[in-house]
Design a protein around this ligand. Sequence first.
Ligand code: AMP
Ligand code: MG
Length: 468
Amino acid sequence: MKLENIKLKTDYLNFDEEFFHKVKPTPLKKPFLISANNEVAKMLEIDKDELYNSKFTDLVNGSYILDGSEPFAMCYAGHQFGYYVPRLGDGRAINLGELKGEHLQLKGSGLTRYSRQGDGRAVLRSSIREYLMSEAMHALGVPTTRALAVIGSDENVARERWEKGAVVLRVSPSWIRFGTFEYFYYKRKHDKLEQLADYVIEQSFSELSQKENRYILMYEEIVKRTAHLMAHWQSVGFSHGVMNTDNMSIEGLTIDYGPYSFLDDYDFDFICNHTDAEGRYSFGNQPNIGYWNLSMLLKALSPLINMDKGKEVLERYPTYFTQHFHSLMCAKLGLDESKDRSKLIQWLFNIMQNDAVDYTLFFRTLSEYESKDEIGKLFISDKRIIEWLEEYEKELPCKEDMKRVNPKYVLKNYMLQEAIEKAETGDFSLVDSFLYIAQNPYEEHEEFSRYAKATPHKFKALKLSCSS
Ligand code: AMP
Ligand code: MG
């Protein structure tokens, strides 16, 4: 499809104006395309050639408006680091409309009613991080929003230093957050809460639309999906960094990529967000926070559902999480999931925690080792892991499929940093290389094999801030 033939839908605008702010993007100066993603273009049925047309750059910059598009920002609230903030909303994101079941959104495209003290902008570094990481997560099988393109510009944006403004065109089947429900609950606007629930069911859980008890069934689906998302994050070693309820998707997708990080060495207590001094959003605490966030969502849904039933549903979360995590870890180990492997798995994590071993490299090596020494030398001391391997081998792992679930490459922070530093000098070659690696993480890519090694010591466990 050509850009001029695209027609977007904006059903969200049928709501009362309290749900959104109709606002046009503010284009950046001298925009240029950094990278476009053919896979997402294919999903949206946009012709590949269109991506390299200046009109496409204008679309991402907000100066070319597609047919049917009526840009708007969404209103929401949320619990940030445990405290309720009554009004947040898209402060720097502007929705364009829906195409093929995906909602197109520009991030970094200027002020909206919800910008508060912010400038409505996103800088080059954070835009590259979101663009690449959402694709990497998708390729690893982790539910996530995705990105069609990233553009740069000549516009100065003030952060801790002057940086350049950029925009990501991101897509998702839904941008509704737990915090969208919280907004109407705490404002005591229960009629709007109900309208929102009906919209979410129609858009995201349409199989429930005719059911009498559809609100509780919707909540159950969100509980299940959130548990599964946490299991995915823990199994691939992903730390989100800012699990506020406004960053929790009602479809159980990874959204709002900020100071996230993949683990370098396995560390249960790893904190990637340097403003999170107490480790509320530490790697190991993510599943607990998923539960806490769901309990906040339950409270927000209390006018619509029976709370005893709601609590019963919430109490199924630990089981959903544990079962899915067990199944994903068994696949990583090449073991049949019908037997309880939790002791073997926990034993392995204990050794990894003590011996500072690169999480991704360990599982990839386990998928293809010939002698135990190959594994042993990844660890500070090989004694305990060799004992573990002896027990593991008795379970007769099936190596065949392991390389298809244990990536050779994940986008570690130091890699992204390298791509960003190059990009800041005007060289975007690594952005495209990393997009390719991100989308094909299980393949060998000999020319990039240095990125499959353990993270160089000086780059380990980099912490990032939210200001992006
Ligand atoms: P985040 O922690 O990135 O999810 O952001 C929390 C809230 O702050 C969201 O409502 C964002 O839209 C808003 N926000 C973050 N950065 C900016 C910015 N530069 N300008 C306006 N709003 C922003
Ligand atoms: Mg956010």
